[in-house]
Design a protein. Structure first.
Lengths: 344, 462
């Protein structure tokens, strides 16, 4: 097995995918969160500003999902095939919500009638909420694991993605994104809308902390393979500690008026949250709690070293490029929202 | 209905619907680069008005193209899990490269293209236009490479047997430059340029008929016509090349395209006709020896017939493939005639006064769009029963874990959502066209004044 800097290729590719999905959570997380908070803004003008705050960037943010999906397909085709066919219905709902969300943003400002704007406001917000919850539901099911056969094919029922823990992780994700989106909107708004966002942010943070505590308790009490791993690797406790500190830092920065720092803190919260899940599972990707020998891990699900080597080269060239022009776009649209004739 | 047919219908429907949009984006992007480039050189406010108007149309098309494109990336995994396992090692790298090199480029710079007018310098905006267009063209590269690899696989080896069989990459560049990829890429690009330029001409012809925004419409039309003429002529060579590749690598598909049952020479080339699949006969008007001439430059060249393949190894819907192929070719030839005739009229200075020609151009965007769709139907139905040619059958490629009622549910869902989406698209597209180019702008220092713009748009002596 080939290695680079002491790590084998599947591990490298696992890191790449982890980085891409973290990037996705951080980037699309704030615009999904802004969508989740959307209906809590009462005035039409406020909603318009909120949409235009994400206007130039949401499409670029969504690309990270496409890259993540492609990276999973390319690097761990077994996982991609099993996961996507196992959760057929949630993924289809995800796609439909994605379509509705995009057209809501696109079409909302195209007609002056109040009912038209209201219709797309609801569509935008509900689809954003649904997307956040579905993402969380998938992560919840990854943590729980599900039955596979010797070929790594899903052997559960089509409806088993709905379970209490997955619903809980869905809510964790929703509140996390709402918090993150709230912080983004603090950076982008002023006046009364800004005050309103501060109020909403508080609600989102409380919701996030409560659901996260519940989810953590659930893991420790009812998901033995996760709690065992934690007990076996005490260093992992460092992650929740870091998470708590980052979380506590958010209200501190907001009180001091350093909203960008607050936003960065919540971005790191999301990254650490994903890190907790992935180090807990590693090297397993799809866990079978009944017959653990059928689980798919980064080795039995990986593409050949040849293929991974090619793609690592692609990633090494491509990811810095993407980072540079993503940064350029964010820099171009920095500061509070300014409307012009091109706005949504 | 079983999972296989439902999954095939769903994939065909979602990909065909998606393919309404990317060719328009690619083609319109190219036209936009010319328009904005010309504006930067001449500083003529008319070109700025043109660029701004077509960017608004572009935004609408692009947005729908993106969301309907993600659907396919998911469907490989949800509906075609065995296929995904089989091809992931090879196909995945093309898809990942698409995401990281192409899609990120276009979506990143799209924000500046749409919203950055007052935020960046004009040349930075122009650069963004180029980047978005390049990004959409690169997308086509990787998608066509991936599809072509399935048509003419190269640069791989098959590891394992039966359920465990997987294609593994052995040579990345052989995979990328597989026998059909570059010729098919040209064909797709040219088809996209035609789609975009005919869209511009359709809208412009409508304005000319309605006597609205005349100078704007004439300039847009002329630019579109130049792009379309070059693309239509090149498409003839590209199409010919594609046919040669099919003849060489997918003889069963070529035989279906021409309704050619028995190997014989000279082989007929049908101008139009009808294939009776059960009696294995083809009727129609044919050029004797034409098929050999087309594919081998020799009328006496023997061409393999469908009967050389076992029934389970050749496409079943022969008449469908025959008709879609012939209709595509007919449209392609018609587009060459149409653009050349329009160029001739332009040379005589009578292009915009020839009312019937302008009337014909109003719906002309449908012609290349239809040809693009028909071409893909030919390519994809003609390669059946294989999803990876001669290696993996479509019927073996399905997800084991998915049942028919799930696919039926999602198929109904997509049908409803896409119908709504298409209705909204047409409605908003029409709104933008009726609204027309905007003469009102903020009075930035580097931008022309409003009244200049208005004058340029409606100048009577044009």
């Amino acid at each position: 097995m080939e290695t680079f800097l002491g790590l084998d290729y599947p591990t490298w590719w696992f890191l790449v995918i982890g980085a891409v999905f973290s990037g996705y959570a951080i980037l699309d997380g704030f615009d999904l969160g802004a969508g989740a908070l959307h209906m809590f803004l009462r005035k039409e003008e406020s909603r318009r500003i909120a949409i235009n705050a994400i206007g130039p960037v949401w499409d670029g943010n969504e690309v990270w999902l496409v890259i993540g999906g492609g990276a999973l397909f390319a690097g761990f085709p077994e996982v991609y095939a099993t996961l996507f066919s196992a959760f057929y219905i949630p993924f289809m709902l995800f796609l439909v919500a994605l379509i509705f969300r995009a057209i809501s943003i696109e079409f909302r400002g195209k007609e002056p009638m109040a009912w038209w704007k209201k219709l797309w406001d609801w569509s935008y917000s509900i689809s954003s909420i649904l997307l956040a919850i579905l993402l969380g539901v998938v992560v919840g099911n990854l943590i729980l694991g599900f039955p596979l056969d010797e070929q790594g094919v899903y052997r559960g029922s089509w409806l088993s993605f709905v379970n209490p823990f997955a619903v809980l992780t869905g809510l964790v994700t929703l509140f996390a994104f709402a918090m993150h989106g709230g912080l983004y909107l603090l950076l982008k708004t002023q006046g009364r809308l800004f005050q309103r966002m501060r109020f909403l942010l508080r609600g989102a943070m409380i919701g996030f902390i409560l659901t996260l505590v519940l989810a953590t308790l659930y893991v420790l009490l009812y998901i033995p393979h996760m709690s065992d791993k934690l007990r076996a690797n005490p260093w992992m406790f460092a992650l929740p500690v870091v998470l708590t500190l980052l979380l506590a830092n958010i209200p501190r920065e907001v009180t001091k008026g350093r909203y960008l720092r607050g936003f960065i803190s919540s971005a790191l919260v999301l990254a650490v949250l994903l890190m907790v899940v992935s180090v807990e599972l590693f090297p397993v990707l799809l866990f079978d709690p009944v017959q653990p020998q059928n689980s798919l891990d980064i080795y039995n699900a990986a593409s050949s070293d040849k293929s991974l080597g090619i793609m690592l080269t692609v990633a090494a060239i491509g990811v810095p490029l993407v980072a540079i022009y993503t940064g350029f776009v964010f820099w171009t649209f920095r500061g509070k929202v300014k409307m012009d004739e091109h706005s949504y | 209905m079983d999972v296989e047919i439902l999954s095939r219908i769903q994939f065909a429907f979602t990909v065909a619907f998606h393919y309404i949009y990317p060719p328009l984006s690619i083609g319109l992007g190219l036209v936009l680069v010319f328009m904005e480039g010309r504006y930067l050189v001449t500083r003529n406010p008319l070109y700025e008005a043109m660029t701004r108007f077509w960017v608004r149309i572009f935004a609408l098309i692009f947005g729908i193209g993106v969301v309907t494109g993600i659907v396919m990336e998911f469907e490989f995994g949800t509906n075609w899990a065995v296929y995904s396992r089989y091809v992931g090692d090879v196909f995945g790298s093309a898809l990942a490269a698409e995401g990281i090199f192409a899609f990120a480029l276009e979506s990143g710079f799209l924000g500046i293209l749409l919203f950055g007018w007052n935020r960046v310098k004009p040349w930075v905006h122009f650069l963004s236009t180029i980047m978005v267009t390049l990004g959409s063209m690169f997308s086509a590269v990787w998608i066509v490479v991936a599809n072509s690899w399935q048509q003419t696989p190269a640069g791989f080896q098959v590891v394992g047997e039966g359920l465990e069989a997987r294609a593994e990459i052995t040579d990345f560049w052989a995979m990328v430059f597989n026998p059909s990829s570059m010729d098919r890429l040209m064909h797709v690009w040219l088809g996209s340029f035609l789609a975009g330029s005919f869209l511009v001409m359709s809208v412009a012809a409508y304005y000319i008929i309605k006597k609205r925004h005349l100078e704007f419409a004439k300039q847009s039309f002329t630019l579109g016509l130049h792009v379309a003429t070059v693309a239509a002529l090149l498409q003839l060579f590209s199409g010919h090349r594609s046919a040669e590749i099919v003849a060489e690598h997918q003889p069963a598909k070529l035989a279906a395209m021409e309704g050619h049952w028995e190997a014989r020479a000279p082989a007929d080339l049908y101008l139009f006709g009808w294939v009776n699949g059960s009696s294995q006969e083809t009727y129609g008007v044919a050029i004797p020896g034409g098929l050999g001439l087309l594919t081998h430059m020799d009328p006496e060249a023997p061409i393999t017939g469908l009967n050389a393949f076992a029934p389970e190894d050749r496409p079943g819907a022969v008449n469908f493939v025959f008709q879609t192929y012939h209709a595509m070719v007919a449209i392609g030839l018609f587009l060459i005639a149409l653009t050349l005739f329009a160029q001739f009229k332009r040379w005589r200075g009578r292009l915009f006064n020839t009312r019937w020609l302008m009337l014909l151009f109003v719906p002309s965007v449908f012609f290349p769009q239809l040809a693009n769709q028909l071409g893909w139907y030919t390519a994809e139905v003609g390669r059946q029963p294989w999803v990876v040619y001669n290696l993996l059958r479509t019927s073996d490629a399905l997800s084991e874990a998915v049942q028919a009622n799930q696919v039926l549910f999602s198929l109904i869902l997509f049908t409803l959502v896409y119908m709504l989406l298409f209705a909204l698209f047409i409605y908003l597209f029409n709104r933008k066209v009726q609204h027309g180019p905007n003469a009102h702008h903020q009075d930035d220092s580097h931008r022309p004044r409003q009244d200049d713009m208005a004058r340029a748009l409606e100048s009577p002596n044009s």
